[in-house]
Design a protein around this ligand. Structure first.
Ligand code: GLP
Length: 252
């Protein structure tokens, strides 16, 4: 089902596979329309299916990434890119090594930077140098964070160091052997870079995301629920499965 709500298009689809297919179609269409586009990419479990579908499209010659540039939303800090929990490792393993993107055109905040402020400043400069992000992929945290921009962030921040929320540490501990191993800091490109993207798609799957999705769309625009700022963006496509859309469908 496809809905229009204020400035957003909302797809409510049957299951996770369907949202992965839809997201991959939209991203591939973006690359086909503008082969040298700038993509903003997300990690977490939600976009994994989308990356798999995109790899398949690449193998079937339906999309060519050779001229694409990417900027990732976030990275833990400090973390070695060889650490299997790093987002650098995630992106390489799950996507970049399986498509024809040029390694030099893939940017991820440096989890090992000694001068974090300088690195953040450079990340913002690089995004600007490439003309900003054309197409940003987002997931959403259970607490409504987007790209590790945790509750009570400043909407106007660019790339910066963030302290992870307890709820996020708890949620992400499923990827680590021990909750104590989850980094407590991360680098995020900040809400400002996300909001300056020309187009945004946000994916959510599962009942545990339903409340954050409902507040994002119908709640107040507040730093307490960072994703609520997306109500002010004029080109957002939200792709949900039935479970994540559970609380909003009756209101659409
Ligand atoms: C993670 C990531 C975010 C992601 C969100 C949801 O911690 N840093 O970029 O969108 O939290 O993750 P998941 O898709 O695994 O639920």
């Amino acid at each position: 089902m496809k809905y229009k709500y204020k400035g957003s298009i909302i797809y409510v689809l049957e299951n996770y596979d369907e949202i992965s297919i839809k997201a991959a179609q939209l991203l591939a269409a973006q690359v086909n329309l503008k082969p040298n586009c700038v993509l903003g990419l997300a990690t977490g479990s939600t976009p994994e299916g989308m990356y798999k579908k995109l790899i398949r499209k690449y193998e079937q010659n339906e999309v060519d990434f050779s001229e694409v540039t990417t900027f990732n939303l976030d990275e833990y800090y400090p973390i070695d890119p060889k650490n299997t929990q790093s987002y650098a490792y995630y992106m390489k393993e799950k996507f970049f090594s399986k498509i024809n993107i040029q390694q030099s055109q893939t940017f991820i905040p440096d989890g090992q930077a000694e001068d974090v402020d300088k690195m953040c400043e450079n990340y913002d400069l690089m995004i600007n140098k490439y003309g900003g992000i054309d197409f940003q992929v987002l997931g959403i945290g259970n607490n409504g964070h987007i790209g590790f921009n945790e509750p009570n962030i400043r909407f106007e921040s660019g790339t910066h160091l963030v302290e992870l929320d307890n709820e996020t540490i708890e949620a992400n501990s499923r990827f680590f052997d021990n909750k104590k191993d989850v980094p407590i800091l991360a680098i995020s490109m900040g809400v400002r870079n996300i909001m300056h993207s020309k187009k945004i798609i946000l994916l959510a799957s599962g009942e545990h995301k339903a409340e954050a999705v409902e507040k994002m769309l119908f709640g107040d625009i507040t730093p307490n629920l960072p994703a609520s700022i997306l109500q002010l963006h004029n080109d957002v496509t939200i792709i949900l499965d039935n479970a994540a859309a559970k609380l909003i469908v009756p209101r659409l």
